[in-house]
Design a protein around this ligand. Structure first.
Ligand code: SF4
Length: 233
């Protein structure tokens, strides 16, 4: 672990304290049902939170269980999904539901191997389900988390993507305090969306500024802008 331990501890402590006060209220945070968490994560893969919110409720009203989604007709499924776009996503969700019924007794699996074997589930989505549904200390790296980690720990965003991605996943794992994967992951996502934003990071009032390697960033944050390099999948 390259990150200095004092900077790491400050990151964990301050971020969790910030999250206790400022966390966003989102419906998928009021459940630990792996099916609902998975639906929300697949919707969020390519779509902003405010557009996902009404559709999340509508989708779960129409398909409240894995069994009902597994039986869904394609026309109806696409109609319910509209206008979120990337229409392969509901089809993949249905395949996941069918596979869960076939191979896992109708349950969403609680292991990396089981999740990664599902159609369209990558490392991010597997980590999100393990962390947000099963409360395991599983790392996640999405756009917001990557930007925050890059800036706070002073990583260079240039260069080849593979080593940078590996470093980010290592860091995302290292910043999880034991037993607090759920909270720190949600905190990093909110902090990246609300404070350490791509274009206008709020460095002057940021709770992490004393130990942040990039403080102060210019207003557009261009020195370590990571807004387009990592997507959920
Ligand atoms: S000081 Fe600025 S760059 Fe560092 S974490 Fe805070 S908002 Fe992000």
């Amino acid at each position: 672990m390259m990150a200095a331990s004092s900077a790491l501890r400050a990151f964990q402590r301050r971020l969790l304290a910030w999250y206790r006060v400022h966390q966003r209220k989102l419906p998928w945070r009021e459940t630990r049902d792996p099916y609902k968490i998975l639906v929300s994560e697949v919707m969020l893969q390519q779509t902003q939170v405010d557009r996902v919110l009404p559709k999340y409720h509508e989708f779960l009203r129409r398909y409240p269980t894995i069994e009902e989604l597994a039986r869904a007709r394609t026309t109806e499924l696409r109609r319910v999904w509209y206008p979120l776009g990337y229409n392969i996503r509901p089809i993949r969700l249905r395949r996941i539901a069918q596979r869960a019924l076939r191979d896992h007794g109708g349950q969403i699996p609680d292991s990396y191997d089981g999740l990664l074997a599902m159609d369209g589930v990558g490392r991010y989505t597997a980590g999100a389900v393990l962390s947000f549904a099963f409360e395991k200390d599983a790392p996640i790296v999405d756009t917001n988390v990557a930007r925050l980690l890059l800036r706070y720990f002073g990583l260079k965003s240039q260069g080849s993507k593979g080593p940078l991605q590996r470093r980010l996943w290592q860091l995302a794992e290292a910043v999880i305090p034991t037993g607090k994967g759920y909270a720190i992951n949600q905190a990093m996502m909110d902090f990246g969306a609300m404070v350490c934003t791509a274009r206008a990071p709020r460095c002057p009032t940021c709770t992490l500024r004393k130990t942040c390697r990039s403080y102060p960033l210019t207003r557009n944050g261009h020195t370590t802008n990571y807004s387009r390099r990592t997507r959920r999948h």
